[in-house]
Write a protein that binds this ligand. Structure first.
Ligand code: MRU
Length: 344
């Protein structure tokens, strides 16, 4: 891979600014916890696992600036910063998961305030490596489900760009290719933010995949023509019953896949599972600014004053999901039992 999504440095984090892709490859310096918040909120970094890892480094950057030697005041200040980081985006579970994991290090009582930031840096780096490792394991499990000469549809970007590296859904496809299978990929463009056109197409093209870009409304026709053998997507939050929140349009793909008898797989690490939410109806769906729908590449495409909705995610009921590929294996229905076992 010719790029890194996140590059940890000694006193900051470098983030590939995904808003500029595919035109420009430019990194931004994240020096403070507020920079981390901004990077997540304004989509310089996106994709649930990448958001989580960025947030972890954000907590470390915040911790570095706390001056008090009083443990209680130190923790109170860190918790305030963490609340701010978590408020950047509501749907991806990896965000609060990562921040809580960082907080549990700070709360462990093992470190004096003066030593906490260094411990948090080590934890963030661990999470960075664990994410890549989880993706590779998902790749190994998922690749077994993909047959030689299949064409696979994916939605949004669940690739190296959406993670610390390698990718979840695209990691599965990378592993299938590495295992010697010839696969073709159809990438939905993913309106309105165009993660499929700008990011998935770019990322897969760089890796030499046979990738074809389609608009979101073409998927049904492609399936009807018998051109798609499987769908593989990522996830932002998975409820205890297996309902999956992912990029808006995922639900439509899943229903179409069911109608056409095509397997629909979700690839996600255990950090994306939220056992505190019983079903998808409890998942908060982010509503994003209307200009994303009103414009394409900065140019207005709809009349002034028109009413616009822009939910960034939808929920695919578990009944449409053939299997959930995780770093510990593939979960199949009944999901409640499998998810309980996964999270131990
Ligand atoms: O709004 P985004 O770009 O952060 O949404 C990303 C997705 O929906 C991805 O499919 C999901 O986070 C899985 S990424 C491995």
């Amino acid at each position: 891979m010719a790029f890194s999504t996140l590059i940890p440095q000694k006193d900051h984090l470098l983030l590939l600014d995904q808003r500029l892709l595919p035109g420009k490859t430019r990194y931004i310096k994240v020096r403070t916890y507020r920079d981390a918040y901004d990077g997540i909120r304004h989509m310089a970094v996106r994709g649930a696992p990448a958001i989580g890892v960025t947030a972890a480094f954000g907590v470390w950057l915040g911790a570095r600036t706390i001056r008090t030697t009083d443990p209680r005041r130190y923790l109170a200040e860190l918790e305030r910063m963490c609340r701010h980081i978590v408020s950047a985006r509501p749907t991806a579970h990896n965000l609060s998961w990562a921040v809580n994991r960082m907080l549990s290090v700070a709360r462990s009582g093992r470190y004096a305030p003066s030593a906490t930031a260094a411990a948090l840096y080590r934890e963030a780096v661990r999470m960075y490596h664990e994410d890549i490792d989880a993706n590779r394991k998902m790749g190994d499990y998922g690749a077994r489900l993909i047959r030689n000469n299949w064409t696979v549809l994916t939605h949004c970007n669940a690739g190296a760009l959406a993670t610390a590296g390698y990718g979840t859904a695209l990691g599965v496809l990378r592993s299938a290719k590495d295992a010697g299978k010839h696969i073709r990929i159809f990438a939905d463009e993913t309106r309105p933010f165009l993660q499929g056109a700008r990011l998935t197409a770019w990322e897969l093209q760089q890796d030499g995949f046979d990738v074809t870009l389609i608009t979101d409304n073409m998927a049904g026709w492609m399936m009807q023509q018998g051109l798609i053998n499987a769908c593989v997507v990522g996830a932002d939050r998975i409820a205890a019953n297996g309902d999956v929140a992912n990029k808006i349009g995922t639900y439509s793909v899943a229903v179409l896949a069911r109608v056409h008898g095509i397997p629909f797989y979700v690839a996600a690490p255990s950090s994306t599972f939220d056992p505190t939410i019983a079903s998808g109806s409890g998942i908060v769906i982010e509503e994003r600014p209307v200009h994303e729908v009103m414009t394409i590449a900065g140019r207005q495409i709809a009349p002034d004053g028109i009413k616009v909705r822009n939910p960034a995610f939808d929920v695919t009921p578990a009944k449409y999901v053939t299997g959930i590929i995780t770093e510990k294996g593939v979960i199949v229905p009944p999901y409640k039992k499998g998810i309980r076992a996964l999270l131990g």
